[in-house]
Design a protein around this ligand. Structure first.
Ligand code: 13P
Length: 262
């Protein structure tokens, strides 16, 4: 196995208020030292990015604790008449280093296709952001034994046209839709199987050595009590955490499991 980084990101989605976001960010930054070897990313709602950046003493994209900031979405255009949207350079400007793209909630609720995710991924890279590209099958697709085909198509479509160097630097999050916010977590075997398949697909887009460098996170009801077995799988390099990332102790405990598995 390649010597990949371990990265645990908190997707706060549309939760918390200003005061709670600041408190949570401060708590995570204060506890980050106990998760040595794991990179922590916080992805708050966009309106709280600046407050969270201040709370973790972010300077030039880096905080003394090592915690970095990520967006939850971006627009593919650099500026213009796109009411309500956020340009990649704006995320960089406010201190973000990364951005979640193609989350299943954006795919299903906001109509994001692989082609749109592809355009956004390229825009993120052009702005210097690390894309966290999400893929994953629905329950229906899994029950129809279509998981491999669906995830392969999402990888091929979302990452088409990226160079090997660009691919090597991105993060992929495998988030089975049926596991998101449901309390149902993929078994370590189910997750590992899809992570290995994703790595094979990445090899077809570039080569095996490049695929070996890509950090692939698992997401979907990750909690402190299931993180250790997931972290023990050879192709699971981190987690994209929703609900449990809203609780400082749970988020840090999950990250600590990934630290222990390095
Ligand atoms: P939950 O951890 O709440 O299942 O959410 C996962 C997710 O969607 C992270 O992006």
């Amino acid at each position: 196995m390649a010597d990949r980084r371990r990265i645990v990101a908190g997707n706060w989605k549309m939760n918390l208020d200003h005061a709670a976001a600041v408190e949570l960010a401060k708590g995570v930054a204060a506890g980050a030292g106990k998760c040595g070897g794991v990179d922590l990313i916080l992805c708050p709602p966009a309106v709280y990015l600046e407050a969270v950046a201040a709370a973790i003493d972010l300077t030039d994209g880096a905080s003394p604790s090592g915690v970095t900031l990520g967006g939850q979405n971006l627009h593919d255009q650099p500026k213009g008449a796109f009411t309500g949207e956020i340009a990649p350079a704006m995320l960089v400007d406010i201190g973000c280093r990364s951005c979640i793209l193609g989350h299943s909630e954006r795919r299903t609720l906001f109509g994001e296709t692989d082609a749109i995710v592809n355009t956004k991924t390229k825009a993120a890279l052009a702005a210097g952001l690390t894309p966290i590209v999400c893929v994953g099958e629905t329950l229906e697709e899994r029950e129809q034994n279509r998981t491999a085909d669906v995830v392969a198509a999402q990888i091929q479509g979302s990452l088409a046209g990226l160079s090997a160097a660009e691919l090597a630097g991105i993060i992929i999050a495998y988030e089975p839709v049926w596991a998101i916010g449901t309390g149902k977590v993929a078994t370590p075997e189910q997750a590992q199987e899809v992570h290995a398949l994703i790595r094979q697909q990445l090899a077809t887009l570039a080569d095996a050595a490049t695929a070996d460098q890509v950090v692939i996170q698992y997401g979907g009801s990750v909690k402190p009590d299931n993180a250790a077995v997931l972290a023990g799988q050879p192709d699971i390099d981190g987690a994209l955490v929703g609900g449990a990332s809203l609780k400082e102790a749970d988020f840090l405990a999950i990250a600590a499991h990934f630290a222990a598995s390095t």
